[in-house]
Design a protein around this ligand. Structure first.
Ligand code: SAM
Ligand code: GLN
Length: 281
C-alpha cells in the first residue's frame, strides 16, 4: 500500500466516525508514525509503506477515534512558535494561553531583570515562553504534579532555557519561601467540576488535576489571590487566565481582597474574555 492509499483509508475511517478535520489529522498522524515531514509525504506519496508501519498507523488512527487527543498520540504541540513535548500527564497548551503569555511579555519588557513565578506550569508552556522571549529574566515554575515538573524540565532543556528557570514541585505557594516576584502568572484549573463530564472526549482524556476548578470553577482564583500579594514586589502584577464566563466573578474575588488595583481584562482571538491582570498597590 502507498502513502497516498493509506492516507485515504485513514480519512475514510475518521470521516465515518465524524472526526473533525479528518485530512489534517490523518496527515499529522502519518507524519508522526513514519517520523517524516509533511513535504516528504507529499513528494513520496506513491512510495510503499511496510506492513509494520501500516499496522502502527492504523493503531494510532483508532486511538484518535477513541478520543485520545492527537497531541498525546504524536507527543507534541506547538506554542508560541516553540515545540513542546506533551504526555497524558500535562494539559495540551492552548492558543488562548498565548494571549496571557503575550501580556506577561509586554509587562515584563518594562521591568529590569524581572523575576516571574508561574503557578501550575504543566508542560511548562508559559514559563518557557517567557524565559525565551524576555531578556534577563529568571522564571520560577511550580506544579503540584511531579510528572508535570518532569515534562516541563525536558521542555525547558529542549528549548534551551533550562538555566533561566527553576522548577519547584509545590502545592500553590507552599514551597515558595521569603521571595518576592515582579509578576505572578497562572493558568489555573478553572472548569466547574460538573461541567467536565459534558466536555469532549478529548478534553476528558486530559488530567482532571489540570481542569477541575471546584464546584463553581473559581477555587484557584480564591486561593491564589489570598496569597499572591505576599509574594509580589510593590506594584507587582498578578496575571491570570480565566474561563470565558468568569470575568465578573474573578474581578469580584480580586476586589474583595482589597489588595489588587488597576484590574483589567483582555479577550482572546475568539472575542471571549480570557485574562485578568491586576497590580498590588
Ligand atoms: N500552565 C499550563 C498551560 O497553560 O498550558 C498548564 C495549565 S493547567 C490548566 C493547570 C496546572 O495546574 C496543571 O498542570 C496542574 O497539575 C496544576 N495544579 C493543579 N493544582 C495545583 C496546585 N494545588 N498547586 C500547583 N499546581 C497545581
Ligand atoms: N482551556 C481549557 C479548556 O477549556 C481549560 C484549561 C483550564 O482549566 N485552565 O479546555
Amino acid at each position: 500500500m502507498t502513502i497516498k492509499q493509506l492516507l485515504n483509508q485513514a480519512v475514510i475511517m475518521l470521516k465515518n466516525e465524524n472526526i473533525e478535520l479528518p485530512k489534517n489529522k490523518a496527515r499529522m498522524l502519518l507524519q508522526a508514525t513514519l517520523k517524516k515531514s509533511r513535504e516528504y509525504l507529499m513528494i513520496y506519496d506513491n512510495k510503499q509503506v511496510t506492513q509494520k508501519e501500516r499496522e502502527q498507523y492504523i493503531i494510532n488512527v483508532k486511538k484518535l477515534i477513541s478520543g485520545i487527543p492527537l497531541q498525546y498520540i504524536t507527543g507534541k504541540q506547538e506554542f508560541m512558535k516553540m515545540n513542546f513535548l506533551v504526555t497524558k500527564d500535562v494539559l495540551i497548551p492552548r492558543p488562548d494561553t498565548e494571549i496571557l503569555v503575550a501580556e506577561v511579555i509586554k509587562i515584563a519588557s518594562n521591568i529590569q531583570n524581572p523575576e516571574i513565578l508561574d503557578i501550575g506550569t504543566g508542560s511548562g508552556a508559559i514559563a518557557i515562553s517567557i524565559a525565551k522571549y524576555v531578556k534577563n529574566t529568571k522564571v520560577y515554575a511550580t506544579d503540584v504534579s511531579m510528572k508535570a515538573i518532569e515534562i516541563a524540565t525536558k521542555n525547558a532543556r529542549f528549548n534551551g532555557v533550562l538555566n533561566n528557570i527553576e522548577f519547584i514541585q509545590s502545592n500553590l505557594f507552599a514551597k515558595i519561601k521569603d521571595q518576592k516576584f515582579d509578576i505572578i502568572v497562572s493558568n489555573p484549573p478553572y472548569i466547574e467540576t460538573d461541567v467536565i463530564k459534558t466536555l469532549s472526549k478529548e478534553v476528558q482524556n486530559e488530567p482532571k488535576l489540570a481542569l477541575d476548578g471546584g464546584k463553581d470553577g473559581l477555587d484557584f482564583y480564591r486561593k491564589i489571590s489570598q496569597e499572591a500579594y505576599k509574594y509580589l514586589k510593590r506594584q507587582g502584577y498578578l496575571c491570570l487566565e480565566i474561563g470565558y464566563n468568569q470575568k465578573q466573578s474573578v474581578r469580584k474575588i480580586l476586589e474583595n481582597q482589597k489588595r489588587y488595583v488597576n484590574i483589567y481584562c483582555k479577550k482572546d482571538l475568539c472575542e471571549n474574555d480570557r485574562i485578568i491582570v491586576s497590580q498590588i498597590g
